[in-house]
Design a protein around this ligand. Structure first.
Ligand SMILES: [Zn+2]
Length: 142
């Protein structure tokens, strides 16, 4: 049997096994603003601006497609904290409406700002762990 040229990929058991990606671990690392793969490098270069790649392991972050999902999730999370709190306080104590607004509005604002970056990091981490979009090196997006 004759071989023609040299193959670009040598198929072996090692190349067939995909890198294992733990979804929960990637979610937690992203939530802390760290690279989902190594957990060391920073994920963000600004408040909501995801860096191009990890400074430690070099993972390319550009395939992420978080889009509006972090904002929707933050609305759901903060809504499920503030609305029951407001209902419980109104039902049990009914304080003046101006006092309630002076508490709920800043609370909603601060909680939303505080959660936006961690939730976006978690979304990017999950996308990487599930090989969504361009995070699958065998099936990159065009
Ligand atoms: Zn990394």
């Amino acid at each position: 049997m004759e071989t023609v040229g040299t193959p670009s990929t040598v198929w072996s058991q090692e190349t067939a096994i995909k890198e294992k990606r733990d979804v929960w671990q990637a979610l937690k690392r992203g939530f802390r603003g760290r690279c989902p793969r190594c957990g060391e490098g920073k994920l963000f270069r600004a408040f909501l601006k995801v860096d191009n790649n990890c400074s430690v392991c070099g993972l390319d972050f550009t395939p992420h497609r978080a889009d509006d999902l972090p904002a929707y999730l933050v609305i759901v999370i903060v809504g499920h904290i503030v609305v029951p709190l407001a209902l419980a306080i109104e039902t049990n104590y009914s304080p003046p409406i101006m006092l309630q607004l002076a508490i709920y509005l800043p609370l909603t604002f601060v909680a939303s700002l505080a959660l936006l970056q961690p939730v976006k990091g978690a979304v990017v981490g999950v996308q990487w762990a599930l090989r969504m979009h361009g995070f699958d090196e065998e099936n990159p997006e065009p």
